[in-house]
Ligand binder design. Structure first.
Ligand SMILES: [Zn+2]
Length: 112
């Protein structure tokens, strides 16, 4: 497997050409293309059997849940770092000894 996966140079070129063609479109044309793609996806979905539709929906929901869990984990990580109060007051420059408020001017340190 090379740098570009299993695609041949011809396939890559064709995809690049498609991308370039898309970039050359006006915003209105782009919206239309997106709507067409959405419609095609909807039509493909409608052709599925009810069982397949259920599976496709469950799969989509699972993916949504997983990305939400990932997002929450990221947020928690970010919060851990965000909870560190600044070493020096951003307002008067007094050294912070670990409190949530400046010991000199009383400014609250942002913890988010
Ligand atoms: Zn201060």
């Amino acid at each position: 497997m090379g740098l570009f996966g299993n695609k041949s140079p011809e396939e890559l070129e064709a995809e690049l050409a498609k991308l370039k063609a898309f970039e050359a479109l006006t915003p209105e044309e782009k919206v239309k293309k997106m709507e067409e793609a959405q419609k095609a996806a909807q039509e493909a979905f409608n052709k599925l059997t009810p069982e397949e539709q259920e599976r496709a929906k469950a799969e989509a929901e699972r993916m949504m849940r997983e990305s939400e869990q990932e997002r929450n984990a990221l947020l928690q990580e970010a919060q851990k770092f965000g909870l560190k109060v600044p070493k020096f007051c951003p307002y008067c420059g007094t050294e912070n000894k670990g409190g949530n408020f400046c010991p000199s001017c009383g400014a609250p340190y942002k913890t988010n």
